[in-house]
Design a protein around this ligand. Sequence first.
Ligand SMILES: Cc1ncc(COP(=O)(O)O)c(C=O)c1O
Length: 359
Amino acid sequence: MSKVKALAYLSKIEPYLPGDFSVEGVSETVKLSSNESPLGASPKAVAALDRISGDLKTYPDSSARLLRMAIGKKYGLNPERIVCESGSEQLINLLARAYAQSGDEILYSQYGFIAYKIAALSVGARPVAAPETHHTTSVDNLLSLLTERTRIVFLANPNNPTGTRIKYSEIERLRTGLPEDVLLVLDAAYAEYAIDEEYQDGCTLVDTPEANVVVLHTFSKIYALAGLRLGWCYAPAEIVGVLHNLRGVFTVSSAAQAAGIAALEDEQHIAQSIKHNTEARAFLGDALSQAGLKVLPSSANFICVQFDSAESAAAADLLLRQNGLIPRTLNEYGLSDCIRITIGLSEHCERVARLLTKT
Ligand SMILES: Cc1ncc(COP(=O)(O)O)c(C=O)c1O
């Protein structure tokens, strides 16, 4: 047995379970388990990838300058305050490494994205989950669990895996209730799918004198570039500096940078993806609700269906899988009575609806 020992606290980490992508014995499957975009990437992003293939020998621009400028233009943000990484999950981990350590606490909502818990454990911090109300973040419960040891609060809005979200006024209330030395990380991975006018990702809170808010975005969802690994954050200048010191130099490939820029520019494809998601999400949600199933209100590109028991959820999961549609079970979230289903193409939503309304 090896005498080389990893840090003892790392043994508490339960690895992240990615969504399944195949079912034994079923040859044709549709992956509805990882909240990927059914319309795929913009053809312009694909063309940009083709172009970059002519120069793979050159290292990427480590500062991702052109990409940051393109993000700044699209989202109305200062490019100097944007940090790009190989997926926003990397930024979650970097922020945990930079701002928490053994003995500290990292706070998040009960059914918050599981990467927050993993990030906390990976730096030896204590993960603290604030109970939710009706599968929705409770700002009161988050605030009530603040202690002197709290260093970071992670909040996905809309949240994965529930799909629920809280109002922007609640985010402001959370931010106001935090001590200035606690970092608030607002994870806007699903921002583009939250279409009602009241929604804001929180970037305006970054530019306040307290300088303790960071907003995360990803190219994995609406831009459909999950396979290329690309995410970014908007952060106060000091935090940008810390992230640059900590991150690897060439973590964002030339391919990801080129495709990201092209994807941002394809307004038509973005609009089409949002429109499809909005309509198909309403169709599937309504079909299941009318059949008596409980569908959590979703502002994202998936729905979370709650069954009357873990057994019923497992039966629905099996039925879908046997028919080639792969949803996501949520046992590791403590939601064994739920399954999460990505909004696929209309025909996939229709098949899901037909199967689940028969049970
Ligand atoms: C809430 C949330 N944040 C972050 C991520 C990570 O995204 P990325 O692919 O950019 O690492 C996900 C991925 O599913 C997510 O659901």
